[in-house]
Design a protein around this ligand. Sequence first.
Ligand code: ADP
Length: 161
Amino acid sequence: MTIALYPGSFDPVTNGHLDTAIRAARLFDTVVMAVFDRPNKNLLFSTAERVELLQEATRELPRIRVTTYNALTVHYARQIGAGVIVRGLRVASDFEHEFQMAQVNQTIDADIDVVVFMASRKYTFLSSTTVREVASLGGDVSGFVPPHIVQALKRKFAHKE
Ligand code: ADP
């Protein structure tokens, strides 16, 4: 059985992330979407909120599991028995970052392979940052994220006003 780890900030999870996870679940038996607990970024949603939103988004996808972690990604992959790390590539600018991370990961643990999915054409432009920005200005993000996340963003920005 092949377990694939799909790590990310998922702040919040978008339809682009979900598309990648669903495609990965066609290749691997289990895809573990793992919310990184301490990314070096300004986050809108707490770790607990990001996990909850992701769980709701994947509730009807039996091969996808949701967890959280705060270790090195390759160490966490080994801990859960994942032989593969899944990432997504949207534009050329993603490449450098993903390539560098894959090289570092390979240096730390050569047994774990990074498998990169090319973003589907309709999601190439989509990032969590874009979703947060559009939502913060009152724009419609219903084409970018599942309905419960549209609501969560509305609640978040209502409190911030
Ligand atoms: P990180 O902070 O680790 O980059 P993200 O949550 O932003 O986490 O993204 C996790 C992974 O998903 C990254 O490999 C990213 O390139 C990929 N990704 C993000 N948005 C999309 C999308 N629209 N389509 C495909 N892959 C995506």
